[in-house]
Design a binder for this molecule. Sequence first.
Ligand code: FAD
Length: 382
Amino acid sequence: MDFTLSPEHQLFRDTVREFADKEIAPKAVEIDQTHEFPWDSLKKMAALGLMGVPFPEEYGGAGGDTLMYAMAVEEISRVDGSTGITLAAHTSLGASPFYLFGTPEQKEKYLKPLASGQKLGAFGLSEATAGSDAGGTKTTAVLDGDEWVINGSKNWITSGSIADTLVFTAVTDKTKGAHGISSFIVEKGTPGFEYGKTEKKMGLRASVTSQLFFDNMRIPKENILGQPADGFKQFMQILDGGRISIGAMALGLAQGAYDIAVKYAKERQQFGRPIADFQAIQFKLADMATQIEAARLLIYRSAWLKDQHLPFGKEAAMAKLFASEIGEFVCREAIQILGGYGYVEEYQVERMYRDVRLTTIGEGTSEIQRIVIARHLLREAR
Ligand SMILES: Cc1cc2nc3c(=O)[nH]c(=O)nc-3n(C[C@H](O)[C@H](O)[C@H](O)COP(=O)(O)OP(=O)(O)OC[C@H]3O[C@@H](n4cnc5c(N)ncnc54)[C@H](O)[C@@H]3O)c2cc1C
């Protein structure tokens, strides 16, 4: 068993780390305050190949692997959660459905511009009445001649109102429940595709989260992704992969908050000495660092399993569950170490705490991760 990163992985991580510190970090406080979407950062990330890390070069990607992709989300999120979730949603949710299930024509038309970062992608699964129970989709798709007619709505869609391409789910056979769901592709500007409100969120404020409406929206027959009624199977697979990146996002935010806390603890003087001299503070730092290391091992292992084409669903759910829960713990402890300064915007840990909160909810709540893990465990125990 070898835990060292390959020279390629180390170089990749160092490059993204330097880029994040230089290009993303300086804007993080401001865009959190203004809620301004970081288009500029995305352009720079595209130039570096970060918008399509795990996709082959022939499809416009960087030809990297899942581990590199997880490290990219981790390093970007370390300095800014909003840019981190935008990258994760674009790659795992917006682009990967085309890579996994697209026809050669769909890969050419949609995956290439997404993976190269010329376009932004989104994924619409959740609805007002279909959250954890995503199979409860109410949006419908009816074939009318050479077109699908779509009616319904989607909630909480990351980059939904600004993305160029949306993959979404809709019911094509009402008699089959969750197994009558199919996946479709729609482009921005299609008549009948309307945007509702942009959510005002607790954190991740520079990322866009939108309601979407489909009102007799017509899309060509060929805009179905994969086979009819494969939607449920497809989104389970998409979410398995996506969980690695949400775990990586939580890990990055935890690392960012820890780094600020440890630096502050060494500088802040109280009772005539740095607060890092107090054992109460040292114990906090020890717990934070240990949990971060454990989360990193879980995330990197699930990424490695995926890259080896081995089963990784249980491990990805464990990684996401653990990283998101320790992420919240670490960011909270960082605020405590900074005292009053931890509670103000300038010192950033309060933003990280608000940002990391989403990671126990999005792409399956912690409760749903436990259900997924338990299902795997009980199946294995048969
Ligand atoms: C910022 C943000 C970005 C998002 N981005 C996207 C996106 O890009 N695309 C997309 O499709 N969706 C997106 N989502 C939606 C997200 O995936 C859902 O919010 C999440 O799956 C939970 O669904 P819900 O909010 O409807 O909660 P609910 O499903 O209503 O859950 C409420 C509570 O009940 C618990 N619960 C539900 N069922 C069970 C059960 N069987 N056992 C035990 N507890 C249960 C949950 O764990 C939770 O605590 C996003 C959400 C947010 C907030």
